[in-house]
Design a protein around this ligand. Sequence first.
Ligand code: MN
Length: 382
Amino acid sequence: MTGFGLDHLPYGVFSVSGGPRRVGVRYEDEAGDWVLDLFAATGRPEFDTPSLNAFLALGAEVWRQTRDEVRALAEDGGHTVPLDDVTLHLPVEVADYVDFYASLDHATNVGRMFRPDGDALTPNWRHLPIGYHGRAGTVVVSGTPVTRPSGQRKAPDDPAPTFGPSQRLDIEAELGFVVGTPSPPGVPVPVTGLADHVFGVTGLNDWSARDIQAWEYVPLGPFLGKSFATSISPWVTPLAALDAAWVDLPAQDPEPLPYLGPGATKGLDIDVEIELNGEVVSRPPYRTMYWSPAQMLAHLTVNGASLRTGDLFASGTISGPEPGQRGSFLELSWGGAEPFGADGHTFLRDGDVVVLRYSAPSVASGRLTLGEVAGRVEPARS
Ligand code: MN
């Protein structure tokens, strides 16, 4: 079994032989690995569309009822297509995309590298989940090739910037949260509102050009160093499948402000695996994150910014305290100074294939496998 049993039932968008894109649910049984064609099985119009958005907009009560219905349909068989016969597509029409910076170990590692003589953490880091608005239109589905970006780079000792292909192309292993239920302008989502608004989670690779990023990010934050591509898995795992995965994250010090719900620090016990050209090079643990998903959502809306169906917010690089748990090549190679892996990698080379894998405890026995996130680096366009 591969972690896609009836305890999981993730949603995606598929097509067969160039036919229309529709919503499906993946499941496996003794006979094989399947996609259940939800429009064929139910006739519901929200499944006869090329994204999950229409279904996500129906809200948490419909998600719950549909999950029960889907489980029964899968048990009965019928309206299924072999997984090998389908093409998978971007599951969500991404509305707005926000990326956070919620790992204490990642932020500390990056701070130590970039500010060796100062405090590793900026003064705000322990008071709010730092984030930035990314580019929704360049979120792509797993398997989409990623072209090496070009841009301005300037190392600290260089007299002037130069233009060319990024020489420090990197990954960030993250978890993405998919919003279903919108919220009205002016009304913050409380720290208790995660399950009312967030439908599920997806694996996410925030491809990052460190040299472009380092030169451009002051004072307004990441821009072209990250906006060229963000990969997500083709399957969105409902929060309902992760009931057994919630754990207490590490203690927060100082206690956050009341709107961030001191004590609202449940995270997910999701193990991540970073595979580079077939070799596992790191195993970041999501359970070591500092800011929780509920706190990120509360912070994202505390100024009255509204949510839209299809919004995606990501955790930030997941890094644990051990060297073998770092979620980016920047950290794994310590800024390029310490090559890692079987062939001495620092940053990404053309032709490299990165696969992110995720697993979590199931409400049944065993573990769920979230959809993987794969991508191959293509040479820069000249
Ligand atoms: Mn990121």
